[in-house]
Design a protein around this ligand. Structure first.
Ligand code: NAD
Length: 255
C-alpha cells in the first residue's frame, strides 16, 4: 500500500460528490490515516459521517478566510499528530454573480473574495503546515482548472484565481523544497460537484468536454484520485512545482 503509515489532512470535502472525497477514499484504501476540515456547521454535518466511514474522528473547523481559524486548526492538529505526510487543498469560492456574464464586470469585492479563498488560502494553510510537513518530508496538493490557462465562458474571476493558485504552487515549491517538502497542483477536467453547479452553463461544458477530449469522456473521481495518490506518495518523490492535467487530454487541443 502506497500510503501505509502516512497522515494526510484533507481540506475541502463538502459532500460525497466532492473531488476531495474521491481523493480521501483512495488515500484510505492505500493505508493513509486521515484528518478533515470543514468551514461551517452545515458542512460539518455532512463531513463528520463521511470521515467516520473511513475511520477518522479528527474532523476540525476551519474557514480559510480566517487566519485565527487556520492557526487553531494546526494548533489542534499538532495536539494529535507530530507530523504530516500530506495536505490536500481542494477549496475554491466565488460568488455566483461573478460566474456568469462578462469578466469585465467583476466587482472589487468579488475579485478579492475569489482570490482570497481560492488562492491565498493555499499559502496560508501551507505556511502553518510547514513544520509538520517538514518533519516527514510531506507533500502538498491543490486542485486547479484549465480556466487558469485559457479563457472559458463564465469561469471569469475564478480563472484569475486559479492562475494565481498555480503560480503560488511554483513560488511555494522552492520555499518548501529545502526541507524535502513538495507542492503540486492537479488540473482536473470538469466534474459535477456542488461548486461546479455555481458556474453558469456548466452542463454545456461537460457535454463539450466529453465530445472533444482525446479520451472522449468526462473526468471521473477515480481518475483524479489515482493521480492525487501519485502526487502525495513517494512515487512522485522527484516532482514539485508542477501542474498535472487529469482531463482526458483536453488541454492539448488547439482546435
Ligand atoms: P466542492 O464544492 O465539493 O468543494 C469545494 C470546497 O471548498 C467545499 O468543501 C467547501 O466547503 C470549500 N470551501 C469554500 N469556501 C471555503 C472557506 N471559506 N473555507 C474553507 N473551505 C471552503 O467542489 P469541488 O468541485 O470538489 O471543488 C474542489 C476543488 O476542485 C476546487 O478548488 C475546484 O475549483 C477544483 N476543481 C473543480 C472542478 C470541477 O469541475 N468540479 C474541476 C477542476 C478543479
Amino acid at each position: 500500500m502506497l500510503m501505509q503509515g502516512k497522515r494526510v489532512l484533507i481540506c475541502g470535502v463538502a459532500n460525497d460528490h466532492s473531488i476531495a472525497w474521491s481523493i480521501a477514499q483512495r488515500l484510505h484504501a492505500e493505508g493513509a490515516e486521515l484528518a478533515f476540515s470543514y468551514p461551517n456547521d452545515s458542512i460539518e454535518k455532512r463531513v463528520r459521517p463521511l470521515a467516520e466511514s473511513l475511520g477518522s474522528s479528527l474532523v476540525l473547523p476551519c474557514d480559510v478566510g480566517s487566519d485565527a481559524e487556520i492557526d487553531a486548526l494546526f494548533a489542534e492538529l499538532g495536539e494529535h499528530w507530530d507530523g504530516l505526510d500530506g495536505l490536500v487543498h481542494s477549496i475554491a469560492f466565488a460568488s455566483r454573480d461573478e460566474l456568469k456574464g462578462r469578466f469585465i464586470d467583476t466587482t472589487r469585492d468579488g475579485f478579492r473574495l475569489a482570490l482570497d479563498v481560492s488562492a491565498y488560502s493555499l499559502v496560508a494553510l501551507t505556511r502553518r503546515a510547514e513544520p509538520l510537513l517538514a518533519s516527514r518530508r510531506g507533500a502538498v496538493l491543490t486542485l486547479t482548472y484549465f480556466g487558469a490557462e485559457k479563457v472559458l465562458p463564465n469561469y471569469n474571476v475564478m480563472g484569475i484565481a486559479k492562475a494565481a493558485l498555480e503560480s503560488s504552487v511554483r513560488y511555494l515549491a522552492p520555499d518548501l523544497g529545502a526541507a524535502g517538502v513538495r507542492v503540486n497542483a492537479l488540473s482536473a477536467g470538469p466534474m459535477r460537484t456542488l461548486s461546479s453547479a455555481g458556474i453558469s452553463g456548466f452542463k454545456t461544458m461537460l457535454h463539450h468536454h466529453a465530445e472533444r477530449a482525446p479520451l472522449r469522456r468526462n473526468t471521473t473521481g477515480d481518475d483524479v484520485a489515482g493521480t492525487a495518490v501519485y502526487l502525495l506518495s513517494d512515487l512522485s518523490g522527484g516532482v514539485t512545482g508542477e501542474v498535472v492535467h487529469v482531463d482526458g487530454g483536453y488541454n492539448i487541443l488547439g482546435m
